[in-house]
Design a protein around this ligand. Sequence first.
Ligand code: NAP
Length: 339
Amino acid sequence: MRYRTIGTGAVRVAAIGLGCMPMSWAYSASQRDRQGSLRTVRAALDAGCTVLDTADMYGPYTNELLLGRVLRERRDEVFLAAKCGLLAGDRHIVANGRPAYIKRACDASLRRLRTDVIDLYQLHRIDPEVPVEETWGAMSELVAAGKVRALGLCALEPRGRRGRGGGGPGGAVADRYARTLRVLARIQQVFPVNAVQAELSVWSPEALRGLLPWCEARGIGLLAAMPLGNGFLSGTLTPGGGFEPEDLRARHPRFTAEMMAANQPLVAGLRRVAARHDGATAAQVALAWLLAQGRHVVPIPGTKQEHWARENAAASELRLTPQDLAEIAALPPAQGSWE
Ligand SMILES: NC(=O)c1ccc[n+]([C@@H]2O[C@H](COP(=O)([O-])OP(=O)(O)OC[C@H]3O[C@@H](n4cnc5c(N)ncnc54)[C@H](OP(=O)(O)O)[C@@H]3O)[C@@H](O)[C@H]2O)c1
């Protein structure tokens, strides 16, 4: 396993983390299995991963309860990245950045996670009703209280709020990061940002433009969410294969049969590169490509499957050549977007 240092404390974390969301949220609910998920988390730790990314909203709450089970035994091996500020209601999600709520949410997360400190507490969404400085100020008080070690910001917005659309691939998303950079400048005045979590992958590279350079210049970690393109870049999904009704891909414009077929050249390109590296997979190439983008990038591929957790962790050892990187850079931009 390779390592990276992130944030003001130059904390050392494994280069590949584990996104725990699929164990309790977003994908193929019928395949969720508590015992299998526990094995997956343990397999990731055995393979040297340290970052476990969770949120009170996943489940809701059950993802933290699940991790609590592992943390009880292996807390010292884990860099625990939790989140606050977003609540899952019945068929809708809502931001809550009120200081009193954030403090209550932290205490509740600590109880469920069976730990007395969270390594990275991330603001899941900015509450439009509350000045972000107030929310961030409350989070900084949690650091002062010793409940949290460092703070992070998730730079993802709910569907339909990514800007006005149009402007070609990534156009509206580039605007989104311009706003994020303004928010980051504001909250940095209140308390240091140690990590930013944003979507970043071969088929969603927009964060490379402004957000990643901002993080790299400051040694701030960029936790790459959805690094496998919600599974697409692994090449294991069949166009037209369908998704369960609650699976986010059932409504995602890039996961219609037509768009999945149209984006196959991306998978083919990753496979061509993988074929030059003995036994590598397209998913591993997608993760190694992320590691090559910056010294502070930490992909957090999500899975509930033990074998994929091992496969993803092993991507840390895969070194792409300049030719590999040039070929991936020359792949066609992805078709289909939320905008
Ligand atoms: N802050 C935010 O708002 C936010 C938003 C999205 C994600 N995140 C975080 O980022 C993490 C990663 O994003 P993500 O999980 O949405 O997307 P992802 O990592 O791009 O893809 C996850 C999907 O890929 C599949 N998969 C994983 N490894 C694979 C492999 N080696 N081969 C084939 N398929 C594989 C998983 O299948 P199985 O489900 O069958 O395991 C899952 O369906 C999340 O888990 C979460 O922690 C945060």
